[in-house]
Design a protein around this ligand. Structure first.
Ligand SMILES: [Zn+2]
Ligand SMILES: [Zn+2]
Ligand SMILES: [Zn+2]
Length: 88
């Protein structure tokens, strides 16, 4: 068992991505690489391999630490606060 941080331990249900696009990139007319979904509010943003890094920007803007991958077949969560990844 990997160690699970307090943020991950608080999660009871996983929030799925409401849409399979990064709304902020769409608004900018930009593209993204992978999608991440905030597990506090369901915000959909793009990963750090994407030019605009909207998932990371969301964490810095509002402090929601836990994201999940919104990519099909990827099953993991990441905590920005503890820089820790867990599968599920
Ligand atoms: Zn954490
Ligand atoms: Zn984006
Ligand atoms: Zn959020």
């Amino acid at each position: 068992m990997p160690a699970i941080c307090q943020h991950l331990a608080q999660l009871t249900t996983l929030i799925p991505a409401a849409e399979h696009r990064c709304p902020e990139c769409v608004a900018l007319g930009d593209t993204w690489v992978h999608l991440r979904v905030c597990q506090d509010c369901g915000h959909v943003g793009c990963c750090d391999a994407s030019k605009n890094k909207h998932a990371t920007k969301h964490f810095h803007a509002v402090g929601h630490p836990v994201i999940a991958s919104a990519e099909p077949g990827e099953r993991w969560l990441w905590c920005y606060a503890d820089e820790e990844m867990v599968g599920y």
